[in-house]
Ligand binder design. Structure first.
Ligand code: PAF
Length: 281
């Protein structure tokens, strides 16, 4: 596995890969790798000749400096994991390498950035777009892989790719959420949970599944309230939002259409903010 820390180093390898007409699969991450990331790497390996993983904790997507400070990470552990996976190149730039000057670009996402995560984490998706567009321009992969746990992020990246970067010709592949045994969606943030918080965390997906997997016939408002009330019964959990949205527009629906509607949740477990979603079937 090759480790590149600068764009120049990375380009040297990528030039060879492109010259040999090999396809490149790209898995952007912020490190603290878990089985969710590994499943993206496996998908990329199945569909491409080369798999490139980036590890970069992007400061511009954190609206809360404390959250950035606490974001978990351990490069040695990540590299150990990647060595055992089919990762060919890992790109680990530092902040100066990715932002030699302030990125002042403001992206317009036609409203899909204004709801849910966008409402509670101001500027988050603009920061995601800044870094993902930079990485896409550098790596120019054939396919890029993202987990559906970040349901809204996938929509934003699809929009970014289609609207701002059509010439790169990248296919965005969204992959299934990988869950722990009790249903908790895998996330780097799970490492921050105490033992008691970790126990509570499993309830989030259990409650979402209970209401999403078998369409209950509740109205949108009833469904939202019931889910929030059940989650809030746990002493560690506090709902930030539950939204029931159209899969395409990401706007709150007035009527639930199974197969086209998703329940999205952001929940504080102690001080750790967790997100999850489940399609209503
Ligand atoms: O999902 C993430 O880990 C990040 O938002 C991403 C896509 C790597 C951009 O920093």
């Amino acid at each position: 596995m090759i480790i590149a820390r600068t764009k120049k180093e990375l380009n040297r390898y990528l030039k060879l890969v492109r010259k040999a007409n090999k396809t490149i699969g790209f898995v952007p991450t912020m490190g603290a790798l878990h089985k969710g990331h590994l499943s993206l790497i496996k998908c990329s390996d199945n569909e491409n000749n080369f798999t490139l993983v980036s590890i970069f904790v992007n400061p511009t997507q954190f609206n809360n400096p404390d959250d950035l400070k606490k974001y978990p990470g351990n490069e040695t552990e990540d590299l150990d994991l990647l060595l055992r996976e089919s990762c060919d190149i890992v790109f680990i730039p530092d902040v100066d390498e990715m932002y030699p000057e302030d990125d002042k670009r403001i992206f317009d996402f036609d409203g899909i950035d204004k709801v849910m995560e966008g409402k509670f984490r101001k500027g988050h998706f603009n920061g995601v777009a800044q870094i993902v567009s930079k990485l896409f321009e550098i790596v120019r992969p054939n396919k890029a892989y993202f987990g559906r746990k970040d349901f809204q992020q996938v929509a934003i990246i699809n929009y970014l790719n289609k609207t701002y970067l059509p010439d790169l010709g990248i296919d965005i592949i969204s992959c299934d959420i990988i869950r722990e045994g009790d249903g908790l969606a895998m996330s780097s943030r799970n490492r921050l949970l105490s033992v008691s918080e970790r126990k509570s965390a499993g309830l989030i997906s259990k409650i979402l599944t209970k209401y999403g997997r078998k369409f209950s016939g509740y109205s949108v408002e009833e469904l939202r309230n019931r889910i929030a009330e059940e989650i809030n019964l746990d002493k560690n959990l506090e709902v930030e939002y539950i939204d029931i949205v159209d899969d395409e527009s990401l706007q709150t629906v007035s009527e639930i259409i199974p197969g086209k509607t998703t329940i999205c949740a952001a929940v504080y477990d102690g001080n750790v903010r967790l997100i999850d979603n489940i399609a209503i079937t």
